[in-house]
Design a binder for this molecule. Structure first.
Ligand SMILES: Nc1ncnc2c1ncn2[C@@H]1O[C@H](COP(=O)(O)OP(=O)(O)O)[C@@H](O)[C@H]1O
Ligand SMILES: [Mg+2]
Length: 645
């Protein structure tokens, strides 16, 4: 059953400060001027909000109150002042709006640029990861780095963090201004704020926790549906529909409950905090009114005793409202920040994975060879290749002809350190030889080929390629010298021609067709509606398993490499076609070193050496005739079952 997040780092429900800082740093690095501008406009925007209440105070104390107490009504001077105030307030308001609009615009540019870069970084980093990474991580998990996690990261950077900065500036500015008005009133505000913050923290953590578990379960739901869709035929054949529906119901219930909890805490947070804000508003009005009534001695400010006016109280009320709004806004982002930093830490986890190490410095170069055997490196394709060993302390620069001689000396290997899969394997393949591996499923045949192309590195022993330590060869060059048909056929979306050319990107159409003919794929391709131009999709859905294998053989033939590895390349092909393909392969193999993992023993009878593997050990080796004479395991397989199944 799908268990999506089993291998993921545990999602901490706590905010990870390091991750948050790294998100900010990443955004900063993407576009420094844009980042600085965004921050400046955020601060300007938040500061503009504070000026509103300040003007109200002046307005009440300088205009309304005097005109009321004098009873003279509106004089011309006062009218002029009103217009002045209105103009100033209007301009400040407009300025605030423009700052707001600008910072949002900058933030969008910044975060989208950051995500664009992150996706490129993630993908190019992923391409450099060793095969073992993909063994140990579920594909669904890796997919979600690009979708869910990238999206929570976007919300974190584009909404939550800017909002928190706005709130932070408002809170600081509001705090100072209020302290200038009245310390007593400020104490009231602080008391209420503490209650609000405690409550917000409690419910935000609850909802973040539920939402994050919910994401894991959502992954499971997705995985389940996906698995049941691809396994629909098996479900029907074994009458498992009812069971499947029950299983789905269970998952769905869990998903529902978590969703409910998350949303309940998320949804009641704002209203409750707003209500606390309202109570504060009234309390400030009451306490403020009392102080005004009892006189100036009852009012302490940051700068000493001072009179509290009606205007100050009104202004204070507005400020306290902004203050609590800022706090509630910041708290509404709390769960987003927790979730976003979890998503971000997963994205960073991918980016921090160790890439496939390649210490190799031996490269593969085109060359020409003189009659006396001297090798000259040339920049164009000659059909001859040489290993170029750069000069070092001990040896000068040397060229060595690529011959395709591969030897294993006492190789031990395990995918995990505690489970050894290959024990003391020694073998040699001289240039042009055909070496076959036979043995039961799980004996270690594919594993041997995984070591030749260095998908994995050996634990002990030596592998030599043309007498060069395979670890010193640059991986890309090593793999370029190998034509490989993997056990699992994988085609890519594109035309059949594209898929064959994947073997060697500079192959001409004629080369590709030639390769297809070798692989005996030409005939069936010509029967397709658009021949070589027929589009196939990623999983090659419209082709039979055997046809897919033929295309992947053609792809390997196309790369024209001196060493060929065929891992059960013809396992899904009927016997008659196989005989034809075999002929093609034999033609392809002429003059090449070939490792072939055989499904049917009939196809390996002409091998120069047959290795019989059992539980990771070579138990018999020799030609077909030798092995038959030995009357060992091979003999039994050959005479008994005939096929290794
Ligand atoms: N990626 C992997 N991670 C861990 N163990 C693996 C992996 N691939 C194969 N194995 C194990 O290694 C052993 C040999 O597998 P393999 O070489 O694929 O066998 P064969 O190709 O002969 O059928 C098996 O026991 C298998 O379970
Ligand atoms: Mg295998």
């Amino acid at each position: 059953m799908n268990n999506k997040n089993s291998s993921m780092p545990t999602k901490k429900e706590k905010m990870n400060k390091k991750t948050l800082l790294r998100v900010i740093k990443t955004a900063f690095v993407v576009n420094k001027p844009l980042f600085v501008f965004a921050v400046i406009f955020i601060i300007l925007n938040a500061s503009c909000n504070i000026t509103g209440p300040l003007f109200i105070q002046r307005f009440i104390d300088d205009i309304i109150n005097p005109s009321l107490s004098i009873g003279s009504g509106m004089t011309e001077a006062i009218k002029g002042q009103i217009i002045n105030y209105a103009l100033i307030m209007g301009s400040l308001f407009l300025f605030g709006v423009i700052c707001n609009w600008l910072y949002r615009y900058f933030i969008v540019l910044l975060t989208q640029g950051m995500l664009h870069k992150l996706r490129v970084d993630m993908f190019s980093h992923m391409e450099k990861l060793p095969i073992s990474f993909f063994d140990t991580h579920h594909h669904g998990d890796i997919m979600s780095f690009y979708t869910n996690d990238a999206d929570t990261l976007r919300m974190l950077a584009s909404e939550a963090l800017p909002m928190v900065l706005v709130s932070f500036v408002s809170v600081i500015a509001g705090f100072i201004t209020m302290a200038m008005y009245s310390i007593y009133l400020l104490l009231v505000v602080i008391l209420f704020s503490v209650i609000m913050i405690l409550f917000a923290k409690f419910s935000a953590m609850r909802s973040a926790k539920a939402f994050m578990t919910q994401q894991t379960v959502m992954g499971e739901v997705e995985g389940f549906v996906e698995e049941m869709m691809s396994g629909q035929k098996v479900v029907k054949v074994f009458n498992h529909e009812k069971q499947t529906i029950d299983d789905f119901d269970k998952l769905n219930d869990e998903y529902y409950k978590l969703n409910l909890t998350g949303n309940i805490f998320g949804n009641i947070l704002m209203p409750i905090i707003q209500n606390i804000g309202l109570i504060l508003f009234i309390t400030v009005a009451f306490v403020g009114g009392c102080i005004v009534a009892f006189g100036p001695t009852y009012n302490i400010t940051l700068t000493g005793f001072s009179t509290l006016t009606i205007g100050t109280v009104v202004s204070f009320m507005l400020l306290s409202r902004q203050f609590t709004n800022a706090i509630s806004q910041a708290s509404s982002q709390l769960s987003m920040i927790v979730m976003g930093s979890a998503g971000a830490s997963r994205v960073f986890m991918l980016l921090d994975q160790d890439v496939e190490v390649d210490n190799g410095n031996v490269t593969l170069v085109n060359c020409t060879i003189d009659d006396d055997g001297t090798i000259h490196e040339v920049p164009y394709r000659t059909g001859y290749w040489a290993w170029k060993q750069p000069a070092n302390d001990k040896y000068p620069l040397t060229y060595r002809r690529l011959r395709g001689d591969i030897r294993f000396f006492n190789v031990d290997f395990g995918y995990t350190p505690n489970k050894i899969v290959l024990h003391d394997v020694s073998l040699y393949a001289k240039p042009g030889q055909k070496i076959a591996f036979v043995g039961a499923t799980g004996a270690g045949k594919t594993t041997i080929t995984n070591l030749i192309n260095r998908f994995y590195d050996i634990a002990d022993g030596k592998i030599r390629y043309d007498d060069i330590n395979i670890n010193t060869i640059k991986k890309a060059d090593l793999r370029r010298s190998l034509g490989i048909v993997l056990q699992d056929t994988n085609l890519f979306t594109g035309t059949i021609m594209d898929n064959i050319r994947y073997g060697r990107m500079d192959a001409s159409d004629e080369d590709c067709i030639e390769a297809a003919k070798l692989a005996n794929a030409h005939d069936f391709i010509m029967m397709m509606p658009e021949g070589y131009k027929t589009l196939i999709n990623g999983d090659g859905g419209s082709l039979s398993q055997g046809q897919k294998q033929l295309i992947s053989i053609a792809r390997a033939a196309c790369c024209n490499a001196p060493v060929v590895i065929l891992d059960e390349a013809t396992s899904s092909i009927d016997t008659r076609t196989e005989a034809l393909v075999q002929k093609g392969i034999d033609k392809l193999m002429e003059g090449r070193t070939v490792f072939v993992i055989a499904h049917r023993l009939s196809t390996v009878q002409n091998a120069d050496a047959i290795m019989v593997l059992d539980h990771g050990k070579v138990i018999e080796r020799g030609t077909h005739d030798d092995l038959i004479k030995q009357k060992g395991v091979y003999y039994q397989l050959y005479t008994g079952a005939f096929e290794l199944e």
